[in-house]
Write a protein that binds this ligand. Sequence first.
Ligand SMILES: *Cc1c(COP(=O)(O)O)cnc(C)c1O
Length: 368
Amino acid sequence: MSNAGETVLEIDLKALEHNYQYLKTKIKSNTKFLGVVKAFAYGSDSVAIAKKLEALGADYLAVAYTSEGVALREAGIKMPILVLHPQQISFATMIEKSLEPSLYSLAIFTAFIETANKLGESEYPIHLKFNTGLNRIGFEKKDIDLIVDHLKQNNAIALRSIFSHLAASEDLEEKAFTLRQIHRFEEISKDLETKLGYMPLRHLLNTSGIINYANAQYDMVRSGIGIYGFGNEASEDKKLRPVASLKTIISQIHTIEAKDTVGYNRAFTAEKTTVTATLPLGHADGLGRQYGNKVGQVLIHGKLAPIIGNVCMDMVMIDITDIPCKEGDEVIVFGKENTADWLATSANTISYELLTGISQRVKRIYIE
Ligand SMILES: *Cc1c(COP(=O)(O)O)cnc(C)c1O
């Protein structure tokens, strides 16, 4: 059989390499590259992606939570790992596993210093996150005096970098706002440098920032969606290659007559003789109910087939009336042609949500 014979998420590590090299062409050769591998590397496989990025020579990885960093360390990943949103309860574990915290409030900053002191650390690398307009997490400019006092008084920690995050780097209609964020980041870093006597590493740009605001690359960039093959705009999508493809097969084919219905709550009613196929994939695998009732389409032998009726937990039905195919044939839910971004857009969401929602039940296979 040429297909995988079941539902699989195919992870193309050659596409990852291509995307990494492409994004590197957008930045200076001495700008560091951080690969964001949070949420199972955007729903793929954080260990496989981290190993590849390590082999490619990336400088840093980032995860959201400590447990994600622990999993990478236990898989043998040695490179620096930034934890973007750690909680106090995991600070001792972070230090034990050499994970570097992003500290974003005075409470969390002083709590980390206390843990580092207690464990007898010296110059443990930390990162400070500043809020420049996203209003999610981060210090404010007015916190700098206290931050500097703590940094000068405690050699248990050492400031490795300061960073911020753009709110709308993909949206050029928000360019004035983004430029204000960049300006605020400049002001914050200058004030900090003056009071501290040195400048730590600085980083601000996510994938769309790299594409649209490369002038603000500072010492490092942080790319997530870009390394997985999406640039949040058509011209960039053409140059990137989707890493993850969700593939499945036809379990069973039915021919139904006019007025027959399909699936739970009888949500689809046939208007004429209709051929349906049932796929072994449902909302528990990450294909949400919002794709049901002809919102989403999947690809069979190069032709699009609409999802009919409600998406079930473990199955979904599609209309294949006009597509010659048979049980066991391959179905591409999203891939290189019918991309995750395209499918997500059909349901008014974004590639990030569709990709990160692919559940751990789906077997991962790799193209090296
Ligand atoms: C998730 C995340 C990124 C990655 O953003 P992309 O748009 O996927 O490149 C970068 N920085 C921070 C702080 C993040 O939380």
